[in-house]
Each structure stands twice: as structure tokens, then as C-alpha cells.
Write a protein of this length. Structure first.
Length: 746
């Protein structure tokens, strides 16, 4: 007996779970602790995927499975990368600088800089943005005598980017793919464009992964180095990866196969920029034996919102499947409201915003999410009328503003003298008396000799090819850059920038300008100097500018958010308004025409994303008429409304819309004669079986000369009756032809 007592006393204590696992639900913990082998985490909206990712990374390190530099963590935005670094650093109590945490582009650039020579570049290569891409392609289009109006350089730029997203170098593009673009010269222009980039010691965003892929193929030893180095791979938003990103990840994961991809196939909404939902759908085929963990407990939205979203997305066939649930209270049903037109829709939404505001809800917690940009105008006008402050997300980014681009161009030339695109941008800004002929002469000589513009200028200054005044101006400019380049090693990058802007005459140019935007541009230049203080050196700042494409909008003021559905992914609000749910607008007709069933499913995923942005309440609206680009168009409700589960929604309509609302106030209770394409009545202007309050579905109860009321046109007298069509002389709107179901007897 004593022996058993001694054994019990000496038994080791039961192991306790690390503190950082506290608070994880069962599925989250399963995703965190399944370390070895391939893992796919299907993380529904609001299910805590960020916490799972950061905790998993911390768990790998705390368990001694890998050193920090042996883990590659990939995100889609710099904001997400910073958030992951901050969270992991907080959990572990240590700094994360130098770890391999970042976006595809940032990590690709890091690898390329380490092996630039093997990729045909120098380590200080420039990463050019789309503006510079277009300018370079414009030169090539002109050289081939291609009509720019028919084939704008920006269109060719997008075509090349799509090829790069698919991992295709010029020689890999199919013979027929570019035959109908740029007079059949698209592939040739792509090839010359890549040659020119190499001459300029530059790469565009697509190259940051494409050149990595080519490097890995050409140099297997380099690929093997990184395969051995990265013992674990963590990937966020896997459903948004394109082909090049997919291939890059697969190559790096082939050694250890410890890859964990987190994503939601129901939120794949970016096919228009190269995302392939098929990447996540075939994960188990790519990595046999992969463990799949579904995160289905939602911590964001109410049961009615989740019920509406889940019921809608269930109509998609191309999905892995999951059902979101929550322990939150039931909350309000999703509101669905029909209105007469877009102006009325903006009024209804504006009124509801004021109601919520009067109840103590902040504007910061509300958002209007539109399918198309043109929808915002009427909401802006209404919000201005009501005096409600708002912000539009998705406008011009800070680093895309003219004055900021110019300032950065000066810095790029200082850091990388071969950067012709930056040099050409500011060579005559401010005005230095250099004409187009001078610039053209320099460009022609540089291309012919395959040398950078600055080198070409040095050679031309020794000849009489340029006019004397131009030679003097260019000589002074090159001396300035030489002096600034020396100064860069003596002063910090903020003081350098301030001096460059002053000595170049750029600051004076805007101070002397009478343009109304000049004061704002000067303020932006001051803000640029402030922004640079957060970086250790000029190279780090320029790298940041090249990679960061995010808006850093202030949240200090209480403002309503107005933005597109595509831009809203990843955000959440207490109250979300979803206007414009009409056939042709949402789902968008152009998407359906170009993409068929796959496009329809992506549009439905977009609707799902919109609904799941809401924490407490969501309101969907649709209009019977809408003015699009100056033309009035009649509309029928979106098929997505028909797919919402009745138990989770509450529908209502203004009097006169598709007749009037039924006594119960719910359209879902009304029998419908469905059309094969939309699920709604083929009769325009009204759902089948629905009557107006006056019972005038066919016009049988009406007589000529009778006085009636119309929701849009007001009071009038009937001139003639043709079945259910009426001709009415309205007191203020004049003579109109309307449907009988839209009028009420007085």
C-alpha cells in the first residue's frame, strides 16, 4: 500500500498547455498544433484566422521545431505582415526584425537581391511601378508604329502583367495568345520590354516572383538552398494566389512539405487580377495526405447574418464547403428593401444612417458597400445634404500623387543612376528649357547603344549632337546628381531629400505656382519628409514605396465609410448597407458575359463577403430604375435576393414599387412565376402575383379621366388605357406611359 502511495507521489505532474494556447477553440487549436506535414485551414469569415496564423508560428518556434529564420510566412498586404510581426513579437516577447515575414513581392525582392547577378540584374536594381511600366511601353509602342488609341500602352501593360501572373516569360507565351493584340506584336513588345528592364537594371512587380521562378529553374542549387532553409511555410489568404505565386510556393515546399495554407474559398473575389480559386480547391491533390481543418465558429456576426450568407453561398458548386455558426444572440434579420430609383435608395440609406446615429451608433461603425464605383455619386450627394461626414476608401494613394512621384523620382536616380524612367520623369521638372527633341535624341542614342540615359548624356556632352544651351543645362544637372549622391553618404535621407527638393528648384516651383492645388502639394511634400523619418535609410524607404500599395486612411474622426465590395474584404462594421442588388449590376452583366458560370459564382462570393462584413445589422436594397452613365435603365431584383433563406431576412418595399408590399410585408411569401435565367417574373416592373394596394394589376378597375397617384410622377388623370398600360397626364411631370400596378386610385 505504501508502494502505491509512493508511486502516486512520485508520478510526474500532468503537462499543462502553453499560455498562448489559452482561449483557442477546438478547431483553432487543432490548426495550431498540427505542425508536421501539409495543412489546409479553411477559415470562414470572422473565425479568427489571424490569431491561428500568429499562434501557429509562435508554437513552431516555442516547440523548437525551427529557428525564426527557418520559417517563411507570406501575407498579401504589408499591413497584414506588420500585424503578424507585432502579434508574434508580443507572444514571444522578442523582436522579429530580419525574419522572413512579408508579402509575396517583398519576399521575392529579398531573394532576388541576394542572387541578382544570377537573375541578370545588379543588387541595387529598381522596382518600378505601373506608371513607369506604361511610360516604358509607350516608347516601345511608338517604336513599332502601333496606334496608341487602338492599343493604349496601359492595355498592353495589363496583358503583360497577366502573363507574368501565370508565370510566363515571353518565350513561354503561346503562339496564338498575343496574335490579336497590339497588331500581333504583343509578345515581341513583351520580349523587348524585358530586355529594356534588364538594361535599366530594373524589375516590375510581376518580375519579383517571375524572375525567382526562372532563377530556381536555371539554378537548382539556389532552389535547394531555400528548400532546406525554410523548414515551415505559412501562407495567408491562399484563395487569392495567382499561378506564379502558387508555383513559387510549391517549389519552396517540396523538401519538408511542412506548408500550412490558410484561406477561404468562399471569399475568392479577385480573379480579375489573376487570383485562381482552383489553387485552394486542389490543395489536397497537390499535397497528398494533407490535413484539412475547418474554422466555422464565427466571432463577428449574428446568427441571422450568418444564416443569410451561408444560405446564399450554398448555391455555389465550386467550393469545399463549411457552415458558419456563432454563440451570439439572434440579432436583427437582414433587411431587404426595394425602392423606385437610385436617388430614393440613397435617401432611404441616409435616413437609416441617421436613425442608427440617433440611437448612439458611431458613423465609424457603418459602411456603404457598392458593387460599382459609379454608385457612390448619389450617396455622396445625399450624405452632403444630410451633413453626414464620410470617407471614400480607394481614392488616389499618397505615393501616387504627382508631387510625391516627382520627389521620389529624384531619390531613385540618386540611389540608382541607371533608372531611366525616374530620370526622364524629372529631367525637365521643374522646367529647365529642355525640349522634346533633346529628350528624344538622348533616348534614341541610349536605346541604340543599350546604355542608361545618364551614360548617354555624358557621351553626348562631348559632341555637338545637342544644342549648346541644352548641353549646359544637362551638365549642371549631372553635377547636381553627383553632388547629391556624395551627400547621401554624409547626411541622413530626410535632410538629403529636403536639400534635393530645395536645390533642384522643385519646392520653389510649387511656391511660385498660382494653381489652387499648389498649397496642398507643398503640404504633401512636408508629409513625405515626415513619413521618411520612420526608415533607417534611403534604400529602405524606396523599397517601402515600391511595395506598399495601401491607403493609410485616418480613423481619428467619426465618418461613414463608402467603398466597393472588393475593397471591403478583411474589414468589419456594426452596420453594413448593400445597395444595388439588381440583375446586371449585381451580379454584374459584363462579368457574366465574359466569365459565365465561374463569374456568377465569384459574384455570389462577393455578395457573401459583403454580408459577412456586418457584425450586427445588414441592409440590402435594390431599385426598379437606375441611372447608369446618364441613361435610365429599368431593373429587376438580383437573383441573389431570391437565394437568401426566408428565415434570416425581412423584406419590404416602398409603395408603388413592383406594386405595393404585401400585407405581411415580405416578398418571400409571394408565389413567383420564375424565369429560367433570373428566378423572377418575366413581366418588367413587378414580381409575379403581386398586386398594388388598389388592386390595379391589369387596369380593369380604372377608367379614363380618373384621377390617380403615382409614386414618382405624383397626381394625374388617365388619358387612355391599353391592358395594364396607362397614359396619364400628370400635373407636374407631363404626359407619361406607366404600368397600372404603379398607380393608386384617389
Amino acid at each position: 500500500m505504501s508502494d502505491s502511495f509512493d508511486l502516486a507521489a512520485e508520478a510526474p505532474p500532468a503537462p499543462t498547455a502553453p499560455a498562448y494556447l489559452d482561449g483557442l477553440n477546438e478547431s483553432q487549436r487543432d490548426a495550431v498544433e498540427a505542425i508536421d506535414g501539409p495543412v489546409l485551414v479553411l477559415a470562414g469569415a470572422g473565425t479568427g484566422k489571424t490569431r491561428v496564423l500568429t499562434t501557429r508560428l509562435s508554437h513552431i518556434l516555442m516547440q523548437g521545431k525551427a529557428a525564426p529564420w527557418e520559417v517563411l510566412a507570406v501575407t498579401f498586404t504589408n499591413k497584414a505582415a506588420r500585424e503578424m510581426q507585432d502579434r508574434v513579437g508580443g507572444l514571444l516577447g522578442r523582436a522579429t526584425e530580419g525574419w522572413w515575414i512579408g508579402t509575396f513581392h517583398a519576399l521575392g525582392a529579398r531573394i532576388l537581391r541576394r542572387h541578382a547577378e544570377a537573375a541578370g540584374l545588379k543588387s541595387n536594381f529598381t522596382i518600378i511601378d505601373q506608371d513607369d511600366q506604361v511610360r516604358l511601353l509607350k516608347q516601345l509602342v511608338e517604336a513599332h508604329n502601333i496606334d496608341e488609341k487602338r492599343w493604349p500602352p496601359r492595355v498592353i501593360c495589363n496583358l503583360i502583367q497577366r502573363w507574368k501572373d501565370r508565370g510566363l516569360m515571353p518565350d513561354a507565351v503561346g503562339d496564338t495568345e498575343g496574335s490579336d493584340s497590339a497588331d500581333g506584336k504583343a509578345v515581341q513588345i513583351y520580349r523587348e520590354y524585358q530586355d529594356r528592364l534588364q538594361t535599366l537594371n530594373a524589375a516590375d512587380f510581376g518580375d519579383l516572383l517571375l524572375l525567382c521562378l526562372e532563377l530556381f529553374k536555371a539554378q537548382p542549387s539556389i532552389l535547394q538552398e531555400y528548400q532546406r532553409k525554410f523548414r515551415f511555410l505559412l501562407v495567408d489568404e491562399y484563395q487569392d494566389t495567382n499561378v506564379a505565386q502558387y508555383l513559387w510556393l510549391r517549389m519552396l515546399a517540396q523538401s519538408h512539405k511542412n506548408i500550412c495554407c490558410v484561406g477561404d474559398d468562399d471569399q475568392s473575389i479577385y480573379s480579375w487580377r489573376g487570383a485562381e480559386v482552383g489553387n485552394i480547391l486542389r490543395f489536397e491533390k497537390d499535397f497528398p495526405g494533407a490535413k484539412v481543418v475547418r474554422l466555422e465558429r464565427n466571432y463577428r456576426s449574428t446568427p441571422h447574418i450568418l444564416g443569410a450568407a451561408s444560405g446564399l453561398i450554398a448555391h455555389n458548386e465550386g467550393r469545399l464547403g463549411k457552415t458558419l455558426w456563432t454563440e451570439l444572440n439572434e440579432g436583427e434579420k437582414v433587411g431587404v428593401r426595394g425602392v423606385w430609383d437610385g436617388v430614393e435608395e440613397a435617401r432611404v440609406v441616409g435616413d437609416e444612417i441617421e436613425v442608427q446615429q440617433n440611437r448612439g451608433h458611431k458613423l465609424n461603425d457603418m459602411a456603404v458597400l457598392v458593387r460599382a464605383g459609379f454608385q457612390t455619386r448619389e450617396f455622396e450627394e445625399r450624405l452632403i445634404t444630410l451633413g453626414l461626414p464620410y470617407r471614400i476608401i480607394g481614392g488616389a494613394r499618397f505615393y501616387e500623387r504627382l508631387e510625391i512621384r516627382d520627389a521620389i523620382a529624384y531619390l531613385r536616380v540618386i540611389a540608382q543612376p541607371d533608372d531611366d524612367l525616374a530620370f526622364e520623369r524629372i529631367v525637365n521638372t521643374p522646367k529647365r528649357g529642355l525640349g522634346d527633341t533633346t529628350i528624344q535624341t538622348i533616348n534614341i542614342y541610349a536605346r541604340a547603344e543599350r546604355i542608361p540615359m545618364i551614360v548617354a548624356i555624358h557621351k553626348l556632352l562631348e559632341t555637338d549632337e545637342l544644342r549648346a544651351r541644352a548641353r549646359t543645362t544637362l551638365h549642371e544637372l549631372l553635377n547636381d546628381f553627383s553632388r547629391w549622391r556624395t551627400l547621401a553618404s554624409e547626411v541622413n535621407h530626410v535632410d538629403l531629400t529636403r536639400q534635393v527638393l530645395d536645390e533642384s528648384g522643385y519646392t520653389v516651383m510649387w511656391k511660385m505656382s498660382k494653381a489652387p492645388e499648389a498649397p496642398g502639394r507643398l503640404e504633401n511634400l512636408k508629409e513625405l519628409l515626415t513619413a521618411m523619418e520612420d526608415f533607417e535609410n534611403l534604400q529602405g524607404f524606396l523599397e517601402h514605396v515600391s511595395l506598399v500599395m495601401e491607403n493609410e486612411a485616418t480613423t481619428a474622426d467619426d465618418k461613414l465609410t463608402l467603398m466597393t465590395l472588393h475593397g471591403a474584404k478583411g474589414l468589419e462594421f456594426d452596420t453594413v448597407f448593400l445597395p444595388g442588388w439588381e440583375e446586371g449590376l449585381f451580379p454584374h452583366q459584363r462579368a457574366l458575359d465574359e466569365g459565365g458560370l465561374s463569374a456568377l459564382e465569384e459574384e455570389r462570393r462577393l455578395a457573401y463577403v459583403g454580408l459577412t462584413r456586418a457584425r450586427k445589422r445588414a441592409m440590402i436594397s435594390f431599385a426598379a430604375n437606375r441611372r447608369i452613365y446618364g441613361n435610365w435603365q429599368s431593373a429587376i431584383p438580383s437573383r441573389f435576393i431570391d437565394e437568401l433563406p426566408p428565415d434570416s431576412v425581412e423584406q419590404s418595399a416602398d409603395q408603388g414599387l413592383y406594386g405595393a408590399a404585401t400585407e405581411s410585408g415580405s416578398f418571400l411569401d409571394v408565389p413567383r412565376q420564375r424565369s429560367r435565367r433570373t428566378g423572377f417574373s418575366e413581366q418588367p416592373g413587378r414580381w409575379a402575383g403581386q398586386k398594388s394596394s388598389s388592386g390595379n394589376q391589369d387596369g380593369d378597375d380604372l377608367q379614363t379621366g380618373q384621377r390617380v397617384f403615382h409614386q414618382k410622377f405624383g397626381y394625374g388623370a388617365i388619358l387612355s388605357i391599353d391592358g395594364d398600360k396607362l397614359e396619364i397626364a400628370f400635373e407636374k411631370a407631363g404626359t407619361k406611359k406607366v404600368m397600372a400596378g404603379f398607380v393608386e386610385q384617389t
